[in-house]
Design a binder for this molecule. Sequence first.
Ligand SMILES: C[S@@+](CC[C@H](N)C(=O)[O-])C[C@H]1O[C@@H](n2cnc3c(N)ncnc32)[C@H](O)[C@@H]1O
Length: 221
Amino acid sequence: MTDVKNFTPALGHAGLTAEYDRVVAVMTRERRWRGKLLDAIAPAPCDVIIDLGSGTGSQAVLLAARCGDARIFAVDPDPDVQVIAAAKAQDRGVKITLVTAMGGDRIDALPYGAVDKVVTSLVLHQCTLEAKQALLANAYAMLRPGGRLYVADYGVQSTLLMRILFNQVRSLDGYENTRANKDGLIPRFMEAAGFIAVRDRWSLPTPTGSITLWTGEKAGR
Ligand SMILES: C[S@@+](CC[C@H](N)C(=O)[O-])C[C@H]1O[C@@H](n2cnc3c(N)ncnc32)[C@H](O)[C@@H]1O
């Protein structure tokens, strides 16, 4: 596995992690985009779903709450967010399996080639180019033929207001790591990783810039 310390923490600096949930709730219209993402993923009984860069577990817990018979794995390199995720799952009375790893790590505990859905939300804009590509390649390897990837993250900011607002994120998470997102390269990276039928599902303006959902499929049935 790669060095799990080589990542940007949830809110840009380790000392801010405890504030992550409060900040995201207000600064990203969280209920709105998480609900839309949940509806798009539509977890079904027997689904195996991996959340890469699961952070404080908010999306993984929503998935588990929507469908208790789906198997949800929440992967993140940061033990601090996983403590919060574990408490959140316990509070909601749902089961998620926490794995400490980078999104690009080969994870022996996961059923490679048999995963139905992979989701990654608000992660790629925090990653180096290499880490973005490694995460997407790993997602592709995990999925079964016909499996689907869901990427919710900041993309092209098409108005001046959204560009100004997205600068808040860029200053916290790094201008270099966020560049490919704002340049519209995420769908191209998904295709380069092997995904087909890559498309934008929606973009939602938020107080920190527009968040887009892209989906892609692994060919086959
Ligand atoms: C902004 S938070 C988003 C968390 C969560 N997905 C959400 O929707 O709230 C980004 C998360 O990505 C994790 N992360 C950063 N680099 C990563 C990488 N290369 N692979 C996997 N996770 C990574 C961080 O530890 C952090 O928890």
